[in-house]
Structures are given as structure tokens and as C-alpha cells.
Design a protein around this ligand. Structure first.
Ligand code: MN
Length: 232
């Protein structure tokens, strides 16, 4: 049986730090790659590039994963900057928005993690809360720090049950949920922690936490990737 090809949209850093000689890098965090491999998918990296190339990229993959990273620049959801933030990558935003639109056009499923969930919401016309408090943990990244309540009859309920604790590395959150999406998990303080598509034409699951940090220590988080590769 042919393997399922999972495109993982990449990030970039101009300076990869001392250990790597400060070279500029295009990269995927390893968690996405390893988790996809563990559940039998074939991951490939899609580097940031010209939005006109997305048609070719999307035609090469079966499914798309959008990873975490920078805040989405506010002009993409029709707002002005309300925070001090130096790390926007508008080239990444524009490229990934084009990837999402093309994946939807070609009927290819999308898993969005953290920023990736927020970006798909923006692609579909939703907005982002630019400043939230209490969702950036200082604990180890494999330690769940806050509970979420999961909606009945959601894919997530099948994976985690009605309640689970998750890690939390976000200073922003989904504000206005796009029409084609529905909220499937929220934190006790009312932050949207997961969304699914309510449109049968769009195959999408978005989570605000990082299963890519947890896949090696908790089977449910690996099962997010198993679901994305084999069922989404
Ligand atoms: Mn959180």
C-alpha cells in the first residue's frame, strides 16, 4: 500500500544559534516529523516560498500539517497591531494562507497546531485575540498544565474523552470563529482550545496545544497524528 504523504509547512530562522554556526535555516520541529513517521505516514517539508507554487505542492501531498510558530500578522484578519511583537513572518503567513486555500480547493485534509489552528481560522474569515493571559507555561513542554473541556460527539472526545489536561504555549487565541468551524474544546477561562470543521467539504482539525511535544509520552497525543494521517 502506498504511504500517505504528509506535507508539513516549514518555519525559518535567520540565526539558528551558536550550536549551528548561526546559519539561517528552513525547518520543521522534529515532533511533527517523528509523530507522522511513528503512525506510518511519510512526512515531507514544504518550505516557505512563492504563494504561486502552492498548487504544485498541494498536488504532491495527501494531507497538510500546519505547525506552531509566530503570531499571524493582524492585517491578515483585518485588524491593527495591539501588541509589541517583533517576530511576525508575513511571508510565512501569506504562503501558508495560500496553502490552506489550495488544500481546501483540492479537498486535502489539514491538521493545524497552535498557530496552525489560528491561521486556518484566519484563512476562513475568523479573527484572533491578540493578547491573552495565563496560557504560556514555564514548566517543561511535556507537562500538561491546564484542563480543557471537550464537546460530545467530536473527534477529540473519541481521542481524549470529555476532559484532559494539555500543555499551553500561546499568547494569542481564536476570537471570532470562522463560519465553517465549530468549537470542540475550551479551557476553564473560556479560551478556545480546539476547533473542527462543520463543513463536509473541509477536512480540518485544529488544536491549540502541542501534541507534537507530547506524542512520545502520551498515547492520546500520538493518536491525534494517527487520526490526521489515517482518518481526517
Ligand atoms: Mn492553553
Amino acid at each position: 500500500m502506498a504511504q500517505i504523504i504528509i506535507g508539513v509547512a516549514a518555519n525559518e530562522r535567520k540565526d539558528s544559534g551558536q550550536e549551528m554556526g548561526h546559519m539561517p535555516i528552513s525547518y520543521n520541529p522534529s515532533g511533527y516529523i517523528k509523530a507522522v513517521q511513528l503512525v506510518g505516514g511519510l512526512p515531507i517539508m514544504i518550505p516557505i516560498g512563492d504563494p504561486n507554487t502552492v498548487k504544485t505542492y498541494v498536488s504532491m501531498i495527501d494531507k497538510l500539517i500546519l505547525a506552531g510558530g509566530q503570531n499571524v500578522a493582524p492585517e491578515f484578519y483585518g485588524e491593527v497591531e495591539l501588541i509589541e511583537y517583533a517576530d511576525y513572518n508575513r511571508e510565512r503567513d501569506a504562503f501558508e494562507l495560500a496553502l490552506v486555500n489550495e488544500a481546501i480547493r483540492q479537498g486535502k485534509p489539514i491538521l493545524g497546531v497552535c498557530r496552525g489552528m489560528q491561521l486556518v481560522n484566519v484563512a476562513l474569515g475568523g479573527t484572533i485575540k491578540q493578547k491573552i493571559k495565563g496560557h504560556w507555561q514555564t514548566e517543561n513542554f511535556q507537562l500538561p498544565v491546564h484542563p480543557i473541556n471537550i464537546e460530545s460527539d467530536s473527534v477529540l472526545e473519541k481521542i481524549y474523552g470529555k476532559k484532559v489536561s494539555v500543555n499551553s504555549f500561546h499568547r494569542q487565541a481564536v476570537k471570532q470563529v470562522a463560519n465553517q468551524l465549530k468549537i470542540v474544546a475550551s479551557s476553564e477561562d473560556g479560551i478556545i482550545e480546539a476547533v473542527e470543521s462543520s463543513d463536509p467539504e473541509i477536512h480540518f482539525l485544529g488544536v491549540q496545544w502541542h501534541p507534537d511535544f507530547m506524542y512520545s509520552v502520551r498515547k492520546e497525543d500520538l493518536n491525534i497524528f494517527r487520526y490526521a494521517v489515517h482518518q481526517l
